[in-house]
Design a protein around this ligand. Structure first.
Ligand SMILES: [Zn+2]
Length: 390
């Protein structure tokens, strides 16, 4: 459609400056739609050069009313205040502002576009969002972020409700676990876990709703860890984002003596995958019970554990995980007889080896094993992770 013809048609529609200008939002740059609307009424030449600030009158301001917008742009201050009030108790640096215009406005806009086309137009919602966001960002001194804002705030115009969507905060750290019978993540509340120990002080500081725990490798309930295992604690729907992590470390470490944390820092969400996929060699210390009398020579046999070990999925986890065969490298085995029925093993392995099965043999599902090499029953009594090579 010819631009001049379109202008004449739309002038006859009796739109306010916002709504008129918005139908020609592609013309000129650095102008707001109400300024464009003014120019469309007051200039003859519709070339791009006409749409510049020099041609504007001095006293133009936001606002106006017509059948299309129903006076929405007169209410910008009201909605700015509504949003700011709603955001008051939240701490954030970036925001994305959204608007849900009334159905009646959307319907009229659609009808207008059906009649005159929308080749140069911008939706009302986009204009309103922009003007509203500008005011909020200026007042609160925050930036916009389209990708991952700290807060997304959406105002529903007919109901005047403001919905907030809060991005999580992710804190990286490392932990040691000095006691047994404490699992890594919460899965029932009668049992203690690393996540549970950390979560209370974290939830308090960040004023968050809940946490998600992402650990670098799983760790059994009864395994201690002295190797600074990496983790990310994700705080969901936090009201605060600026927290002194050094102070938080002290609070966690002084509140109990089961878990100690180190090296906290804020990280981006992509680090969750990095941590989960980290393949780190590990060194374990195992106390093994043997049901036979041991001789010093017996333990020399255990040297043969070195090299590739083949492990089918342990029978203790079979109901949760698929049955498959893994081959893992055992780099080092040091064995020391403690009593006639006990040995201490120091085992260095590739990531992902199952140590308890390396000892018991799991009815032949792991080969070789301590039990197989000593030709007796062998059981891991205690297990500690003593180093993780990241
Ligand atoms: Zn209007």
């Amino acid at each position: 459609m010819d631009l001049e013809y379109q202008r004449q048609e739309l002038l006859a529609e009796d739109l306010c400056n916002h709504c008129l200008g918005r139908q020609f939002a592609q013309l000129g740059s650095g102008l707001e739609n109400y300024e464009r609307g003014y120019l469309l009424r007051n200039i003859n030449d519709l070339s791009q050069e006409s749409f510049k600030r020099d041609n504007l009158a001095g006293n133009l301001s936001v606002g106006g009313e017509c059948y299309l917008c129903q006076g929405l742009f007169n209410e910008l201050n009201k909605y700015t205040k509504l949003m700011i009030d709603r955001l008051e108790e939240y701490q954030f640096n970036t925001i994305l502002v959204g608007t849900r215009p009334p159905e009646s406005v959307k319907k009229k806009e659609k009808e207008l576009w059906e009649d005159y086309g929308k080749q140069y137009a911008e939706p009302l919602k986009t204009e309103f969002n922009r003007l509203l966001a500008k005011r909020i960002m200026r007042r609160l001194n925050v930036d916009s972020d389209l990708e991952r804002p700290d807060i997304q705030a959406v105002v529903d115009i007919p109901s005047d409700e403001v919905e907030l969507y809060l991005s999580s905060v992710l804190v990286y750290g490392q932990y040691n676990k000095y006691v047994r019978d404490i699992s890594q993540t919460i899965w029932n509340y009668s049992e203690n876990s690393v996540q549970q120990v950390l979560q209370t002080p974290f939830l308090n500081e960040f004023d968050a709703v809940e946490t998600k725990f992402h650990g670098a490798g799983r760790e059994d309930l009864n395994v201690r860890c002295f190797a600074k295992r990496e983790f990310i604690l994700e705080l969901m729907e936090p009201k605060r984002r600026t927290v002194d992590l050094e102070k938080l470390t002290t609070v966690v470490n002084q509140s109990q003596d089961q878990v100690e944390i180190f090296n906290l820092k804020f990280v981006t969400p992509d680090k969750k995958e990095v941590i989960k996929n980290r393949k780190a060699d590990k060194t374990y210390k195992a106390i093994v019970h043997i049901d036979d009398d041991l001789s010093a020579n017996d333990v020399l046999e255990l040297e043969k554990l070195k090299g590739l070990v083949e492990q089918e999925t342990p029978s203790r986890v079979l109901k949760n995980r698929g049955d498959r065969l893994r081959k893992r490298e055992i780099y080092q085995v040091l064995a020391e007889v403690i009593t006639s029925h006990k040995i201490e093993l120091i085992i260095k392995t590739e990531a992902g080896a199952y140590i308890k099965e390396l000892i018991s043999g799991d009815n032949g599902r792991t080969q070789p094993s301590v039990a197989e090499l000593l030709d007796c029953q062998a059981e891991c009594e205690r297990l500690d992770v003593i180093s993780i090579d990241n």
